[in-house]
Design a protein around this ligand. Sequence first.
Ligand SMILES: [Ca+2]
Ligand SMILES: [Ca+2]
Length: 247
Amino acid sequence: MFDLNGDGDVDCEEFEKVATLIRQQTSIGSRHRDHANTGNTFKGVNSALTTYFFGPTLKQKLTIEKFLDFQKQLQREILSLEFQRKHPDENGKITEPDFTDLLLAYSGFPEKKKARMLKRVKKAFRDHGQGISREDYLNFFHFLNNINDVDTALTFYHIAGASIDELTLKHVAKTVAHVDLSDHIIHVVFTIFDENQDGQLSNREFIAVMKNRLLRGLEKPKDTGFVKFMQSVLKCAKDSTPALLDI
Ligand SMILES: [Ca+2]
Ligand SMILES: [Ca+2]
């Protein structure tokens, strides 16, 4: 989309053209445009980003590899910030209830339902909580990033009549998302989502919810994927370096 002259890379001019166009057409974009009078937040982040993508003189080209690498780093960074906000202990772990809180943040559940889930987790791990490490956390969200493939795989399990117990989830994570989830984090996830306590997760109990979580509450139909991405950059920048906004 950005490569206007079709040479396989994106240069700064191409990037600016498309970014401007998107800003004019979307609701999030216009909200930032309206900020222009009061400080123009968007432009500040944008210039930091263009310098990163195209170098200090803006002469470099942006390759697909560089962009994908940036996206991967950005995702890790945002997740790490979320994790850090829960104040990990001296072993670098957060509590099971804190993990639950992070996971349910964008679920769109009614407060009552969230409270019920949190209560279940608090009760289950009150005396023998092992905590959740940053690696566990990143692994789990890597798994969630592949939730659509996981959904497809689980559908096949349904057709075969098999149940989605803890072992099945572990197996699907490994084969579909290529990630090793620890037994503990799987157990915590089951404690959170197994509403009817039958030891199995139905699609309604888990997958549908996690697809929402992935969207981070940004699922407004008018906004494109790029704006979601820019919104994440903005959130990331705002959370990490307030000074960046003053550029
Ligand atoms: Ca180009
Ligand atoms: Ca169940």
